[in-house]
Design a protein around this ligand. Structure first.
Ligand code: ACO
Length: 324
């Protein structure tokens, strides 16, 4: 018998303020039609003044704990995936730890941009598999609205704010693909692609926070190929085929990328969880937010096989396969 990470609960948090494409078009040279046609995005949420990555992450984490029937003091480890922490240091994870009222365990951030949740899940899963922790919170939380350049219409319309979280609990499994919980994670990065997607500021370069810069076409071109490879690796490692997948819960960057992934897997549209229309791209928060929505509305049932995939700046990319 081997330790496995069972997903004991999940939770999401979205800021109250809804910003529609039409509202953006009042101040940005864009249109609802352009944004919807190119991306599938209709609206996004923006954090209120004073609302921070850590406060949103804490709300999502608390919701995940509630669903799991656990308390903050039951948690051994917090891994927060974010590229938009409250401060350069300390980590958003330690802020979340304090806000949850936790006085024990370890907390740290993982930074893999839009692939952050898959990276964070992988790190926490490995802690649990090795017995270094029995329980973990994996949080994805972002305030991308604060690093957007409002004079760059090719990027500022694409992102939103929010947070999602899962609680993992170590359980013994038989090591087969019928186990519940995280079956595998596959992570990749290739730093040669820095210039395609980055933020032009930071503590050691400019001393400023900077703004997001992206060559959209270049990112698009790599995204489908790389994420498909990561999915293939996950299926092969578990002796499964695309036909075994019950739900694709992809990173939510662009509806055209999501549809291309679904076509490749031959998955019907109603087996793909889509939130990009209402959330836009919330980076590391997008997968747990989408997962929580599909769990909350009853689409995802115990025993279902869920494939997640993501790609982000770096480039970083990967997949995680789990049985709910
Ligand atoms: N409104 C109106 N027009 C716009 C806008 C806008 N918001 N943005 C760009 N345009 C114009 C451009 O100026 C250009 O006009 P021109 O032909 O007169 O020069 C035209 O639209 C086409 O611009 P492109 O950038 O070539 O448009 P494209 O079809 O590539 O779509 C997009 C851009 C949506 C960014 C697309 O490339 C994309 O989705 N890429 C993936 C990027 C992504 O999702 N990144 C997220 C982070 S990484 C990840 O999560 C996977």
């Amino acid at each position: 018998m081997l330790w496995r990470s069972l997903v004991a609960g999940c939770g999401g948090y979205l800021p109250a303020r809804v910003v529609t494409n039409a509202e953006l078009a009042k101040t940005v040279d864009t249109s609802d039609e352009w944004i919807q046609q190119r991306t599938g995005i209709q609206e996004r949420r923006f954090a209120a003044e004073g609302e921070l990555t850590s406060s949103m992450g804490t709300r999502a984490a608390q919701a995940a704990l509630d669903m799991a029937g656990m308390r903050a003091e039951d948690i051994d480890l917090i891994v927060c995936a974010t590229s938009t922490p409250d401060e350069t240091f300390p980590s958003a994870a330690t802020r979340i730890q304090a806000q949850l009222g936790m006085e024990r365990g370890a907390a740290f951030d993982v930074q893999a941009v839009c692939a952050g949740f898959v990276f964070g899940l992988s790190v926490a899963d490995n802690f649990l598999r090795l017995g270094q922790a029995k329980t973990a919170l994996v949080v994805g939380a972002e305030t991308f609205s604060r690093i957007l350049d409002w004079d760059d219409r090719s990027t500022c319309v694409l992102f939103g704010d929010g947070a999602g979280a899962v609680v993992l609990r170590a359980e013994k499994g038989n090591g087969s693909n019928s186990d519940s919980g995280v079956l595998s994670t596959h992570l990749y990065s290739d730093g040669r692609h820095h210039d395609a997607l980055y933020v032009d500021g930071g503590p050691s370069s400019t001393g400023t926070v900077g703004h997001l810069r992206m060559e959209g076409r270049e990112v698009f071109r790599h995204a489908v190929v790389r994420m498909s490879e990561a999915i293939d690796a996950a299926l092969e490692a578990n002796g499964l085929t695309p036909g075994d997948i019950d739900w694709l819960v992809p990173h939510q960057a662009n509806l055209r990328i999501i549809e291309a992934m679904a076509r490749r897997l031959n998955l019907p549209r109603d087996r793909v969880v889509v939130t990009v229309d209402r959330h836009a791209n919330t980076s590391a928060a997008s997968i747990p937010l989408a997962l929580c929505e599909a769990v909350a509305d009853g689409r995802v049932q115990r025993g279902d096989l869920i494939m997640t995939e993501a790609m982000g700046g770096g480039f970083t990319w990967g997949s995680a396969l789990l049985r709910w």
